[in-house]
Design a protein around this ligand. Structure first.
Ligand SMILES: Nc1nc2c(ncn2[C@@H]2O[C@H](COP(=O)(O)OP(=O)(O)OP(=O)(O)O)[C@@H](O)[C@H]2O)c(=O)[nH]1
Length: 378
């Protein structure tokens, strides 16, 4: 019932500088995102502002500039590299006379295109509907008061009421279906937990190379593509690290800055793999100039989903692009802090296996100790 927002083919990108240090990198990232959504960029509008304009987000002059570029390049959509308020989006559409999309909608759209599993699709749709409902909310408030009896409404119902009612029904149906799928997932996880194998989850910023690493370690052929958010769903495989140690390795959804809250909320169940993991492999694109910021963003989301307590092993990936040799990195106390690898060439993966084995043994050991203490047996 829900139509994916039609982004059209020709977009003008608007990215305003509010004084962030990595503004230019943010613009490049957004261009990548748009490319990933399958949309061509016909023009780019930049500008500096202290704070967003309440009504139009950009200043009046800037909006005129956007309008001129839309006309000159025959664009049919304007994409803001920012989160727009529902009012701002509506005002801009009125002035620019074309569709206006914000960063949240763009990210949701990409997720909608990429979701592969049944659960992933349901989660994205739920997030889209939640986002959409914030866009309708203003029109609804006055309708609230006219709310009548239960059941279907007859003729005379306004479009907005119909939309809202259908939206509510759809949200409820989605939540019910998700609850069923998630119950199955829980059962699967419980039986995995009973296997007693340490669970290791791969996390990282989008495009860091998580799927490539997952494939390199498991040779499973998980989908890896040079696209942001190729992976949306959690995939788990048993992995023999060496003769003594095997683990359950899971690949998860990629994180990005300003990850829409509605999306984090609906992906919470998928991300539970991450919360309940014994160890996180935090994959970083070591060749990306924004890597430090990306690490921070990932940690922020981990905190948001309650996974900031899970120990991390840093995996500095794509070191081939920087000509760095593979290595195990130690912190000042001599503990393994991270490993430098190239997931693509496979360089350093043996070192990573060693580091995982060491950490995994440590968790298994502490689990065993806990059991002994708890039951006072063995
Ligand atoms: N040069 C180089 N490229 C790599 C390396 N690892 C991954 N890549 C490339 O980086 C791109 C993204 O890799 P993925 O494995 O899909 O990244 P991801 O983190 O799973 O991406 P999302 O699904 O968006 O979260 C692909 O084009 C990979 O081939 C590496 O070690 N070196």
């Amino acid at each position: 019932m829900f139509d994916r927002p039609d982004l059209g083919d020709q977009a003008v990108l608007v990215s305003l500088d509010f004084g962030e240090a990595d503004y230019e990198d943010g613009v490049s990232e957004c261009l990548e995102l748009i490319k990933g959504a399958g949309v061509a960029v016909t023009g780019l509008i930049k500008g500096k502002r202290q704070r967003p304009d309440v009504a139009l987000f950009a200043g009046k002059g800037k909006v005129e500039e956007i309008a001129a570029l839309v006309k000159a390049t025959d664009a049919n959509v304007v994409i803001f590299n920012h989160a727009l308020g529902p009012g701002q989006e509506r005002n801009l559409e009125r002035v620019l006379q074309c569709r206006v999309i914000d960063r949240v909608t763009l990210i949701l759209d990409i997720f909608a295109q990429r979701a592969r599993s049944h659960e992933g699709k349901l989660q994205v749709e739920l997030a889209q509907l939640t986002h959409m409902s914030t866009r309708l909310v203003r029109g609804w408030t006055h309708l609230e008061r006219q709310k009548g009896g239960v059941g279907m409404r007859g003729p005379g119902e306004t479009q907005l009421e119909t939309d809202r009612r259908l939206l509510g029904l759809r949200v409820k149906a989605l939540k019910d279906r998700l609850a069923t799928v998630q119950k199955q997932r829980k059962t699967q996880r419980r039986s995995r937990d009973r296997s007693g194998l340490p669970s290791v989850s791969i996390v990282g910023y989008t495009n860091a190379g998580k799927s490539t690493l997952f494939n390199g370690l498991t040779k499973a052929g998980a989908y890896a593509a040079d696209q942001l958010f190729a992976t949306l769903d959690t995939t788990s495989r048993r992995l023999f690290i060496n003769t003594d140690v095997s683990i359950v390795l899971s690949d998860t959804v990629g994180f990005i800055r300003d990850l829409p809250h509605s999306l984090v909320a609906s992906f919470r169940a998928t991300l539970e793999e991450t919360i309940s993991a014994d160890l996180l492999l935090h994959v970083v694109d070591a060749a990306n100039p924004m890597r430090e910021r990306q690490v921070e963003e990932v940690n922020k989301v981990l905190k948001e989903i309650g996974a900031d307590h899970v120990p991390q092993l840093m995996v500095w990936n794509k070191t081939d692009l920087r000509g760095l040799p593979p290595a195990i990195l130690y912190d000042e106390y001599g503990a393994v802090e991270g490993v430098r690898v190239s997931a693509l060439s496979g360089a350093g993966l043996e070192l990573l296996r060693e580091a995982i084995a060491e950490r995994a043994l440590a968790t298994t050991h502490s689990q065993t100790t806990e059991k002994v203490d708890h039951y006072g047996t063995e």
